[in-house]
Design a protein around this ligand. Structure first.
Ligand SMILES: Cc1ncc(COP(=O)(O)O)c(C=O)c1O
Length: 453
Protein backbone atom coordinates (compact mmCIF):
# COMPACT_ATOMS: atom_id res chain seq x y z
CA UNK A 1 0.00 0.00 0.00
CA UNK A 2 1.41 3.38 -0.99
CA UNK A 3 0.82 6.23 1.39
CA UNK A 4 1.95 9.39 -0.36
CA UNK A 5 -0.39 12.41 -0.19
CA UNK A 6 -1.21 15.06 -2.78
CA UNK A 7 2.02 14.50 -4.67
CA UNK A 8 4.91 16.93 -5.00
CA UNK A 9 5.75 15.93 -8.54
CA UNK A 10 2.13 16.38 -9.59
CA UNK A 11 1.99 19.79 -7.95
CA UNK A 12 5.23 20.81 -9.67
CA UNK A 13 3.87 19.66 -13.00
CA UNK A 14 0.70 21.66 -12.29
CA UNK A 15 2.65 24.79 -11.35
CA UNK A 16 4.75 24.55 -14.52
CA UNK A 17 1.75 24.07 -16.85
CA UNK A 18 -0.11 27.22 -15.90
CA UNK A 19 2.43 30.11 -15.74
CA UNK A 20 -0.06 32.90 -16.51
CA UNK A 21 -2.45 31.60 -13.89
CA UNK A 22 0.42 31.48 -11.42
CA UNK A 23 1.24 35.13 -12.19
CA UNK A 24 -2.37 36.22 -11.79
CA UNK A 25 -2.56 34.34 -8.53
CA UNK A 26 0.52 36.17 -7.25
CA UNK A 27 -1.29 39.47 -7.98
CA UNK A 28 -4.49 38.15 -6.42
CA UNK A 29 -2.67 37.45 -3.17
CA UNK A 30 -1.93 41.18 -2.95
CA UNK A 31 -5.39 42.41 -3.92
CA UNK A 32 -8.15 39.84 -3.42
CA UNK A 33 -9.12 39.02 0.15
CA UNK A 34 -8.55 35.31 0.66
CA UNK A 35 -7.03 35.23 -2.85
CA UNK A 36 -10.44 34.57 -4.37
CA UNK A 37 -14.01 35.76 -4.84
CA UNK A 38 -15.58 32.45 -3.77
CA UNK A 39 -14.27 29.95 -1.24
CA UNK A 40 -14.57 27.13 -3.80
CA UNK A 41 -12.37 28.96 -6.31
CA UNK A 42 -9.37 28.83 -4.02
CA UNK A 43 -7.12 25.93 -4.96
CA UNK A 44 -3.59 24.84 -4.09
CA UNK A 45 -1.03 25.77 -5.23
CA UNK A 46 -3.13 28.31 -7.19
CA UNK A 47 -6.34 28.16 -9.21
CA UNK A 48 -6.42 28.08 -13.00
CA UNK A 49 -7.59 31.44 -14.37
CA UNK A 50 -10.06 31.20 -17.24
CA UNK A 51 -10.36 33.47 -20.24
CA UNK A 52 -13.12 32.24 -22.58
CA UNK A 53 -15.95 29.72 -22.54
CA UNK A 54 -17.97 28.21 -25.36
CA UNK A 55 -20.52 25.40 -25.39
CA UNK A 56 -19.21 22.72 -23.02
CA UNK A 57 -15.64 23.99 -23.09
CA UNK A 58 -13.52 26.69 -21.52
CA UNK A 59 -10.00 28.01 -22.16
CA UNK A 60 -7.56 29.35 -19.60
CA UNK A 61 -5.22 32.34 -19.77
CA UNK A 62 -2.36 30.03 -20.85
CA UNK A 63 -4.39 28.76 -23.82
CA UNK A 64 -5.23 25.32 -22.37
CA UNK A 65 -8.72 24.04 -23.18
CA UNK A 66 -10.97 22.09 -20.81
CA UNK A 67 -14.24 20.27 -20.89
CA UNK A 68 -16.20 22.26 -18.35
CA UNK A 69 -18.17 20.49 -15.64
CA UNK A 70 -18.73 23.58 -13.52
CA UNK A 71 -21.11 25.09 -16.06
CA UNK A 72 -21.60 28.23 -14.05
CA UNK A 73 -22.10 26.26 -10.80
CA UNK A 74 -25.01 24.54 -12.48
CA UNK A 75 -26.53 27.71 -13.94
CA UNK A 76 -25.71 26.87 -17.56
CA UNK A 77 -27.90 23.90 -18.44
CA UNK A 78 -27.86 25.08 -22.07
CA UNK A 79 -24.07 25.48 -22.12
CA UNK A 80 -21.95 28.59 -22.53
CA UNK A 81 -23.05 31.08 -25.17
CA UNK A 82 -26.34 29.55 -26.18
CA UNK A 83 -27.19 31.70 -29.22
CA UNK A 84 -30.74 32.46 -28.05
CA UNK A 85 -29.56 33.51 -24.61
CA UNK A 86 -26.65 35.56 -25.95
CA UNK A 87 -28.94 37.16 -28.51
CA UNK A 88 -31.53 38.10 -25.90
CA UNK A 89 -28.90 39.64 -23.62
CA UNK A 90 -27.23 41.56 -26.47
CA UNK A 91 -30.60 42.91 -27.61
CA UNK A 92 -31.49 43.90 -24.06
CA UNK A 93 -28.20 45.72 -23.57
CA UNK A 94 -29.05 47.85 -26.59
CA UNK A 95 -32.23 48.92 -24.76
CA UNK A 96 -31.00 49.20 -21.17
CA UNK A 97 -28.94 47.34 -18.60
CA UNK A 98 -30.95 48.84 -15.75
CA UNK A 99 -34.23 50.70 -16.01
CA UNK A 100 -34.26 52.01 -12.48
CA UNK A 101 -37.90 51.01 -12.34
CA UNK A 102 -40.54 48.61 -13.54
CA UNK A 103 -40.09 46.88 -16.88
CA UNK A 104 -41.99 44.35 -18.95
CA UNK A 105 -39.28 41.70 -18.69
CA UNK A 106 -39.79 41.23 -14.96
CA UNK A 107 -43.42 40.33 -15.64
CA UNK A 108 -42.54 37.98 -18.50
CA UNK A 109 -39.87 36.32 -16.33
CA UNK A 110 -42.32 35.84 -13.45
CA UNK A 111 -44.93 34.46 -15.86
CA UNK A 112 -42.46 31.79 -17.07
CA UNK A 113 -41.77 30.69 -13.49
CA UNK A 114 -45.47 30.58 -12.63
CA UNK A 115 -46.10 28.50 -15.75
CA UNK A 116 -43.35 25.97 -15.04
CA UNK A 117 -43.09 25.60 -11.26
CA UNK A 118 -46.29 23.90 -10.04
CA UNK A 119 -46.61 25.63 -6.64
CA UNK A 120 -45.54 29.09 -7.84
CA UNK A 121 -48.37 31.59 -8.03
CA UNK A 122 -46.42 34.77 -7.29
CA UNK A 123 -42.72 35.54 -7.68
CA UNK A 124 -40.41 38.00 -5.96
CA UNK A 125 -36.98 38.54 -7.55
CA UNK A 126 -33.67 39.00 -5.75
CA UNK A 127 -30.05 39.06 -6.91
CA UNK A 128 -28.64 35.77 -5.55
CA UNK A 129 -29.64 32.45 -4.09
CA UNK A 130 -28.38 33.50 -0.68
CA UNK A 131 -30.72 36.47 -0.74
CA UNK A 132 -33.57 34.24 -1.85
CA UNK A 133 -33.26 31.83 1.08
CA UNK A 134 -32.88 34.77 3.46
CA UNK A 135 -36.05 36.33 2.08
CA UNK A 136 -38.01 33.07 2.09
CA UNK A 137 -37.29 32.64 5.81
CA UNK A 138 -38.42 36.21 6.43
CA UNK A 139 -41.65 35.56 4.53
CA UNK A 140 -42.25 32.40 6.55
CA UNK A 141 -41.78 34.25 9.82
CA UNK A 142 -44.01 37.07 8.69
CA UNK A 143 -46.81 34.70 7.67
CA UNK A 144 -46.67 32.40 10.69
CA UNK A 145 -45.65 34.96 13.32
CA UNK A 146 -43.25 32.32 14.63
CA UNK A 147 -39.49 32.52 15.13
CA UNK A 148 -37.98 29.04 14.92
CA UNK A 149 -36.80 27.56 11.63
CA UNK A 150 -35.43 24.11 10.86
CA UNK A 151 -32.69 23.46 8.36
CA UNK A 152 -31.61 19.96 7.33
CA UNK A 153 -28.06 18.87 8.03
CA UNK A 154 -25.95 18.72 4.86
CA UNK A 155 -28.35 20.88 2.83
CA UNK A 156 -26.93 24.10 1.44
CA UNK A 157 -28.75 27.42 1.27
CA UNK A 158 -26.06 30.05 0.75
CA UNK A 159 -23.91 31.96 3.18
CA UNK A 160 -26.09 34.13 5.44
CA UNK A 161 -26.04 33.32 9.16
CA UNK A 162 -29.03 30.99 9.27
CA UNK A 163 -27.98 29.22 6.07
CA UNK A 164 -24.60 28.22 7.47
CA UNK A 165 -24.65 28.40 11.25
CA UNK A 166 -24.25 25.28 13.36
CA UNK A 167 -22.13 23.64 10.66
CA UNK A 168 -19.00 25.64 11.54
CA UNK A 169 -17.78 27.40 14.71
CA UNK A 170 -19.76 30.60 15.16
CA UNK A 171 -17.07 32.84 16.57
CA UNK A 172 -14.63 31.94 13.78
CA UNK A 173 -17.25 32.39 11.07
CA UNK A 174 -18.43 35.73 12.45
CA UNK A 175 -22.06 34.73 12.88
CA UNK A 176 -24.21 36.90 15.09
CA UNK A 177 -25.34 34.55 17.89
CA UNK A 178 -28.59 36.52 18.09
CA UNK A 179 -29.34 35.73 14.45
CA UNK A 180 -29.15 32.00 14.92
CA UNK A 181 -30.75 31.36 18.28
CA UNK A 182 -34.00 30.32 16.58
CA UNK A 183 -32.27 28.06 14.08
CA UNK A 184 -32.37 24.27 14.49
CA UNK A 185 -30.33 21.99 12.25
CA UNK A 186 -31.61 18.41 12.16
CA UNK A 187 -30.87 15.30 10.13
CA UNK A 188 -33.45 14.25 7.53
CA UNK A 189 -35.07 11.83 9.95
CA UNK A 190 -38.85 11.97 9.75
CA UNK A 191 -39.42 10.80 13.34
CA UNK A 192 -37.06 13.46 14.66
CA UNK A 193 -38.60 16.10 12.43
CA UNK A 194 -42.09 15.12 13.49
CA UNK A 195 -41.19 15.57 17.16
CA UNK A 196 -39.34 18.80 16.41
CA UNK A 197 -42.25 20.47 14.61
CA UNK A 198 -44.56 19.57 17.51
CA UNK A 199 -42.09 20.86 20.12
CA UNK A 200 -40.74 23.91 18.34
CA UNK A 201 -43.74 24.91 16.22
CA UNK A 202 -41.34 26.41 13.69
CA UNK A 203 -42.16 29.00 11.07
CA UNK A 204 -40.56 26.85 8.39
CA UNK A 205 -38.55 23.84 7.39
CA UNK A 206 -36.17 24.61 4.55
CA UNK A 207 -34.48 21.86 2.54
CA UNK A 208 -33.06 20.89 -0.82
CA UNK A 209 -35.83 18.53 -1.96
CA UNK A 210 -33.58 16.98 -4.60
CA UNK A 211 -31.07 15.84 -1.97
CA UNK A 212 -28.73 18.07 0.02
CA UNK A 213 -25.29 19.15 -1.18
CA UNK A 214 -26.37 19.29 -4.83
CA UNK A 215 -27.86 15.81 -4.70
CA UNK A 216 -25.12 14.01 -2.77
CA UNK A 217 -27.81 13.17 -0.21
CA UNK A 218 -30.90 11.10 -1.03
CA UNK A 219 -34.46 12.25 -1.62
CA UNK A 220 -37.69 10.40 -2.17
CA UNK A 221 -41.26 11.27 -2.97
CA UNK A 222 -42.41 9.39 0.12
CA UNK A 223 -40.25 11.35 2.55
CA UNK A 224 -41.18 14.68 0.96
CA UNK A 225 -44.86 13.75 1.18
CA UNK A 226 -44.45 12.86 4.86
CA UNK A 227 -42.64 16.14 5.48
CA UNK A 228 -45.51 17.93 3.78
CA UNK A 229 -48.00 16.15 6.02
CA UNK A 230 -46.22 16.96 9.25
CA UNK A 231 -45.57 20.60 8.33
CA UNK A 232 -49.23 21.06 7.45
CA UNK A 233 -50.25 19.50 10.74
CA UNK A 234 -48.24 22.06 12.68
CA UNK A 235 -48.88 25.14 10.56
CA UNK A 236 -45.23 25.19 9.51
CA UNK A 237 -44.33 26.41 6.04
CA UNK A 238 -42.39 24.03 3.81
CA UNK A 239 -39.68 25.76 1.78
CA UNK A 240 -38.13 23.91 -1.14
CA UNK A 241 -34.73 25.26 -2.11
CA UNK A 242 -34.80 24.26 -5.77
CA UNK A 243 -31.77 26.36 -6.71
CA UNK A 244 -30.05 23.16 -7.87
CA UNK A 245 -33.01 20.97 -8.80
CA UNK A 246 -35.26 23.66 -10.31
CA UNK A 247 -35.52 23.34 -14.12
CA UNK A 248 -32.78 20.65 -14.04
CA UNK A 249 -34.36 17.57 -12.48
CA UNK A 250 -37.48 18.43 -14.49
CA UNK A 251 -38.90 21.68 -15.93
CA UNK A 252 -40.96 22.05 -12.75
CA UNK A 253 -38.22 20.74 -10.44
CA UNK A 254 -38.64 18.15 -7.71
CA UNK A 255 -42.15 19.38 -6.95
CA UNK A 256 -43.17 18.33 -10.45
CA UNK A 257 -41.45 14.94 -10.11
CA UNK A 258 -42.80 14.20 -6.64
CA UNK A 259 -46.16 15.94 -6.77
CA UNK A 260 -45.36 17.36 -3.32
CA UNK A 261 -46.15 21.07 -3.20
CA UNK A 262 -44.13 23.37 -0.93
CA UNK A 263 -45.49 26.66 0.37
CA UNK A 264 -42.45 28.55 -0.89
CA UNK A 265 -39.82 27.74 -3.49
CA UNK A 266 -36.40 29.30 -3.84
CA UNK A 267 -34.93 29.46 -7.35
CA UNK A 268 -31.67 30.72 -8.91
CA UNK A 269 -28.99 29.52 -11.38
CA UNK A 270 -30.95 28.17 -14.40
CA UNK A 271 -33.90 30.32 -13.26
CA UNK A 272 -31.84 33.40 -14.11
CA UNK A 273 -30.52 32.05 -17.40
CA UNK A 274 -26.94 31.80 -16.14
CA UNK A 275 -26.78 35.48 -15.16
CA UNK A 276 -27.06 36.86 -11.62
CA UNK A 277 -30.54 36.56 -10.24
CA UNK A 278 -32.84 34.48 -8.06
CA UNK A 279 -36.42 34.33 -6.90
CA UNK A 280 -38.77 33.37 -4.12
CA UNK A 281 -41.97 31.90 -5.48
CA UNK A 282 -45.01 30.81 -3.56
CA UNK A 283 -48.72 30.61 -3.07
CA UNK A 284 -50.53 33.86 -3.69
CA UNK A 285 -52.00 34.01 -0.17
CA UNK A 286 -48.51 33.70 1.34
CA UNK A 287 -46.81 36.09 -1.06
CA UNK A 288 -49.36 38.73 -0.13
CA UNK A 289 -46.94 39.69 2.65
CA UNK A 290 -45.17 41.80 0.05
CA UNK A 291 -47.25 44.92 0.19
CA UNK A 292 -49.92 45.09 2.86
CA UNK A 293 -52.82 42.75 2.38
CA UNK A 294 -55.69 41.18 4.23
CA UNK A 295 -55.97 37.45 4.94
CA UNK A 296 -58.82 35.92 6.89
CA UNK A 297 -59.78 39.37 8.06
CA UNK A 298 -56.28 40.08 9.42
CA UNK A 299 -54.32 43.02 8.10
CA UNK A 300 -50.82 41.86 7.22
CA UNK A 301 -47.90 44.21 7.49
CA UNK A 302 -45.62 44.19 4.47
CA UNK A 303 -42.32 42.33 4.42
CA UNK A 304 -39.73 45.00 3.64
CA UNK A 305 -37.69 44.15 0.60
CA UNK A 306 -35.51 46.21 -1.74
CA UNK A 307 -32.45 45.48 -3.90
CA UNK A 308 -30.79 47.48 -6.69
CA UNK A 309 -30.39 44.46 -8.94
CA UNK A 310 -33.69 42.68 -8.29
CA UNK A 311 -35.14 41.40 -11.59
CA UNK A 312 -32.13 42.79 -13.47
CA UNK A 313 -33.17 43.48 -17.06
CA UNK A 314 -30.23 41.62 -18.59
CA UNK A 315 -30.76 38.62 -16.30
CA UNK A 316 -34.45 38.70 -17.12
CA UNK A 317 -33.66 38.58 -20.84
CA UNK A 318 -31.33 35.59 -20.36
CA UNK A 319 -33.82 33.90 -18.05
CA UNK A 320 -36.76 34.21 -20.42
CA UNK A 321 -34.72 32.80 -23.32
CA UNK A 322 -33.50 29.95 -21.10
CA UNK A 323 -36.83 29.07 -19.55
CA UNK A 324 -38.43 28.95 -23.00
CA UNK A 325 -35.80 26.38 -24.01
CA UNK A 326 -36.03 24.17 -20.92
CA UNK A 327 -39.84 24.18 -20.73
CA UNK A 328 -40.35 20.95 -22.69
CA UNK A 329 -37.67 18.94 -20.89
CA UNK A 330 -35.53 18.29 -23.99
CA UNK A 331 -32.29 19.85 -22.66
CA UNK A 332 -32.75 18.07 -19.33
CA UNK A 333 -33.12 14.68 -21.06
CA UNK A 334 -29.95 15.30 -23.11
CA UNK A 335 -28.00 16.33 -20.01
CA UNK A 336 -29.26 13.29 -18.06
CA UNK A 337 -28.19 10.92 -20.85
CA UNK A 338 -24.76 12.55 -21.07
CA UNK A 339 -24.31 12.26 -17.29
CA UNK A 340 -25.18 8.56 -17.34
CA UNK A 341 -22.61 7.95 -20.07
CA UNK A 342 -19.98 9.93 -18.17
CA UNK A 343 -20.59 8.14 -14.88
CA UNK A 344 -20.35 4.72 -16.56
CA UNK A 345 -17.11 5.81 -18.22
CA UNK A 346 -15.55 7.15 -15.01
CA UNK A 347 -16.42 3.94 -13.15
CA UNK A 348 -14.98 1.80 -15.95
CA UNK A 349 -11.69 3.72 -15.99
CA UNK A 350 -11.37 3.82 -12.23
CA UNK A 351 -11.90 0.06 -11.97
CA UNK A 352 -9.36 -0.55 -14.76
CA UNK A 353 -6.76 1.55 -12.96
CA UNK A 354 -7.47 0.03 -9.55
CA UNK A 355 -8.35 3.50 -8.31
CA UNK A 356 -10.64 3.94 -5.34
CA UNK A 357 -12.80 6.42 -7.21
CA UNK A 358 -16.40 5.90 -8.20
CA UNK A 359 -19.11 8.17 -9.55
CA UNK A 360 -22.89 8.32 -9.39
CA UNK A 361 -25.40 10.75 -10.70
CA UNK A 362 -28.43 12.60 -9.48
CA UNK A 363 -30.20 13.99 -12.55
CA UNK A 364 -27.43 15.71 -14.57
CA UNK A 365 -25.05 16.20 -11.66
CA UNK A 366 -22.31 13.65 -11.09
CA UNK A 367 -20.73 13.03 -7.71
CA UNK A 368 -17.28 11.59 -7.18
CA UNK A 369 -16.76 9.19 -4.31
CA UNK A 370 -13.09 8.94 -3.50
CA UNK A 371 -12.25 6.12 -1.14
CA UNK A 372 -14.97 3.89 -2.58
CA UNK A 373 -13.86 0.48 -3.83
CA UNK A 374 -11.03 0.34 -1.28
CA UNK A 375 -13.52 0.72 1.53
CA UNK A 376 -16.30 -1.83 1.74
CA UNK A 377 -18.47 0.55 3.71
CA UNK A 378 -18.32 3.22 1.02
CA UNK A 379 -21.64 3.88 -0.63
CA UNK A 380 -21.70 4.86 -4.29
CA UNK A 381 -25.00 6.67 -4.35
CA UNK A 382 -26.70 9.51 -2.52
CA UNK A 383 -25.96 9.05 1.17
CA UNK A 384 -24.47 10.86 4.19
CA UNK A 385 -21.37 8.65 3.82
CA UNK A 386 -20.55 10.51 0.60
CA UNK A 387 -20.20 13.77 2.55
CA UNK A 388 -17.97 12.01 5.09
CA UNK A 389 -15.79 10.65 2.29
CA UNK A 390 -15.49 14.16 0.86
CA UNK A 391 -14.20 15.41 4.20
CA UNK A 392 -11.84 12.53 4.99
CA UNK A 393 -10.29 12.22 1.51
CA UNK A 394 -9.82 15.94 0.86
CA UNK A 395 -6.21 15.57 -0.31
CA UNK A 396 -7.07 12.75 -2.68
CA UNK A 397 -9.89 14.79 -4.20
CA UNK A 398 -7.44 17.68 -4.66
CA UNK A 399 -4.86 15.43 -6.33
CA UNK A 400 -7.54 14.09 -8.66
CA UNK A 401 -8.61 17.62 -9.53
CA UNK A 402 -5.02 18.68 -10.27
CA UNK A 403 -4.61 15.67 -12.51
CA UNK A 404 -7.93 16.34 -14.26
CA UNK A 405 -6.93 19.95 -14.93
CA UNK A 406 -3.62 18.74 -16.36
CA UNK A 407 -5.60 16.45 -18.65
CA UNK A 408 -8.28 18.86 -19.85
CA UNK A 409 -11.22 18.56 -17.47
CA UNK A 410 -12.40 21.21 -15.03
CA UNK A 411 -14.88 20.11 -12.38
CA UNK A 412 -15.67 21.00 -8.81
CA UNK A 413 -13.62 18.98 -6.34
CA UNK A 414 -16.44 16.58 -5.45
CA UNK A 415 -19.04 16.89 -8.18
CA UNK A 416 -19.80 18.31 -11.60
CA UNK A 417 -22.66 19.68 -13.64
CA UNK A 418 -23.45 18.41 -17.11
CA UNK A 419 -25.27 20.46 -19.72
CA UNK A 420 -27.39 19.76 -22.77
CA UNK A 421 -24.40 20.52 -25.02
CA UNK A 422 -22.13 17.86 -23.53
CA UNK A 423 -22.52 15.72 -26.64
CA UNK A 424 -21.45 12.06 -26.85
CA UNK A 425 -18.06 12.93 -28.43
CA UNK A 426 -17.44 15.50 -25.68
CA UNK A 427 -18.39 13.02 -22.96
CA UNK A 428 -16.15 10.40 -24.55
CA UNK A 429 -13.29 12.92 -24.62
CA UNK A 430 -13.97 13.63 -20.94
CA UNK A 431 -13.84 9.91 -20.13
CA UNK A 432 -10.49 9.69 -21.92
CA UNK A 433 -9.31 12.66 -19.84
CA UNK A 434 -10.41 10.87 -16.65
CA UNK A 435 -8.52 7.83 -17.88
CA UNK A 436 -5.32 9.83 -18.46
CA UNK A 437 -5.77 11.67 -15.16
CA UNK A 438 -6.11 8.42 -13.22
CA UNK A 439 -3.16 6.88 -15.09
CA UNK A 440 -1.05 9.92 -14.18
CA UNK A 441 -2.15 9.75 -10.55
CA UNK A 442 -1.32 6.08 -10.27
CA UNK A 443 2.25 6.61 -11.48
CA UNK A 444 5.27 7.23 -9.32
CA UNK A 445 6.06 7.55 -5.67
CA UNK A 446 3.54 10.34 -5.17
CA UNK A 447 0.47 8.25 -6.04
CA UNK A 448 -2.28 9.22 -3.63
CA UNK A 449 -4.04 6.82 -1.30
CA UNK A 450 -6.82 6.18 -3.76
CA UNK A 451 -4.52 3.68 -5.48
CA UNK A 452 -4.23 0.35 -3.80
CA UNK A 453 -1.05 -1.63 -4.13
C1 LIG B 1 -29.19 24.73 -3.00
C2 LIG B 1 -28.54 26.09 -2.98
N1 LIG B 1 -29.10 27.05 -2.24
C3 LIG B 1 -28.55 28.29 -2.18
C4 LIG B 1 -27.42 28.60 -2.88
C5 LIG B 1 -26.84 29.97 -2.80
O1 LIG B 1 -26.97 30.62 -4.03
P1 LIG B 1 -25.99 31.80 -4.43
O2 LIG B 1 -24.64 31.20 -4.64
O3 LIG B 1 -26.59 32.38 -5.68
O4 LIG B 1 -26.00 32.77 -3.29
C6 LIG B 1 -26.80 27.62 -3.66
C7 LIG B 1 -25.57 27.90 -4.40
O5 LIG B 1 -24.90 27.06 -4.94
C8 LIG B 1 -27.38 26.32 -3.70
O6 LIG B 1 -26.81 25.34 -4.41
Amino acid sequence: MRHATAGTALTQEYAARFPQSRRLHARAVASLAGEAAHDSWRFDPFPVYFATCDGARKTDVDGNTYIDFWMGHGALLLGHHHPDVDGAVAAQLRSASHYGGAHALQVEWAERIVALVPSAERVRFVASGTEATLLALRVARSVTKRAAVIRIDGHFHGWHDEALAKAIPHDVAGFNPGNVENLYVLPFDLDLLSDAVDDLRPAAIILEPGGGSAGALPWSTGSLAELRRLTERSGTLLIFDEIISGFRYAPGGVQELSGVMPDLTVLAKIAAGGLPGAAVAGRADIMRVFGAGIRDGTILSAVPHTGTFNASATSAAAAIATLDKVADGTPQAAADRATGRLVDGINRCAAAHGAAVRAFRQSSIFHLVVGAASDERAVVGPSPEVLISQRTHRKDYAALRQSLLLNGVDAHLVHGWVSAVHSEPIIDAAIEAFDRALARLGRGADAPNIFRS
